[in-house]
Design a protein around this ligand. Sequence first.
Ligand code: GLA
Length: 334
Amino acid sequence: MSTDAIRVRAPGRVNLIGDHTDYTGGLVLPMTIDRWTVIEGERVDGAIELSSESEDEPLHVDLPVVDAAAIEPSWGRFVAGVAAEMGDDAHAVRGRVSTSIPIGAGLSSSAALEVAAALALGFEGTPTALAELCRRAEHRASGVPCGIMDQLCIAAGVRGHALLIDCATLSIDPVHIPDEVTVVVQFVEHRKLDGSEYATRVEECAAAEAIIGPLRMADPDLVDKIKDPLLRRRARHVVTENQRVRDFTGAMRAGAYVTAGHLMLRSHASLRDDFETSTPTMDAAVAAMAAIPGVYGARMTGGGFGGCVVGLVERGTPTPGWQVRPVDGARLMT
Ligand code: GLA
């Protein structure tokens, strides 16, 4: 390898509990998974040139990037968004992208690509700064006003742990995943909607906050003061989900896995009924997983409208899907 050779890998993530809370500064508990996006190549003068194992068309982007959202092929927008955010600090690279993260399954393949690209292009800074840059890159690339959960989990992952993230302060508290439990992920269906429904939820939460103030500070009594029934349900999901994240964390630390599993099921019901980000197929998959002896609990995970179910199971329990373990966050390897 020449001295300019680079090899970067960034894991995917699954969220154990705390969905649709990050963009209101709430609590989340995601963990990295042992599937990675890898960029291998070299730093060069000139343009970014990347081929991808999972895509037909290679990417060629001249620096500086002006309009990341207009880049073709579209997978390259995530890389271009990162380059645009890095400005003059972005080095050109030539190389290959490969991934073992299922694409479009709700396991943050796009966030992993952003984080890997930023490190490949020469980003230097803290995991938090890396995540903030990649979140802005995602906004530029896809127009989806995502929160920081995915990028921060991928940038800051700790082997053997989920991360309790306070999305208001960006503080990170690793929560050990003990050996007697296993996290399973089952892919159920491709997401049915683009970012539009996600953006609507972000707007609805902002509308609720305009009435009662920050949802991260609110309690259920305050939520009841919202007159509009739809906004009240959206706010109730966020406020109760924040509490479930706290309770789930306490249960995991106490080894109270039955309690933790119930909290996952209640989280799913809240996403289904109050936040309306599930689908009948996802609901059926959660119910089927939860009915298996040895499964403590299950829920949809991530943005919703399809994607994956995550389960917490007694070690050794056969279930559909695959067992995942939390790994270290993204790294520049060479
Ligand atoms: C997507 C977004 C995250 C988060 C989840 C829902 O994964 O990228 O920021 O909002 O949905 O919890």
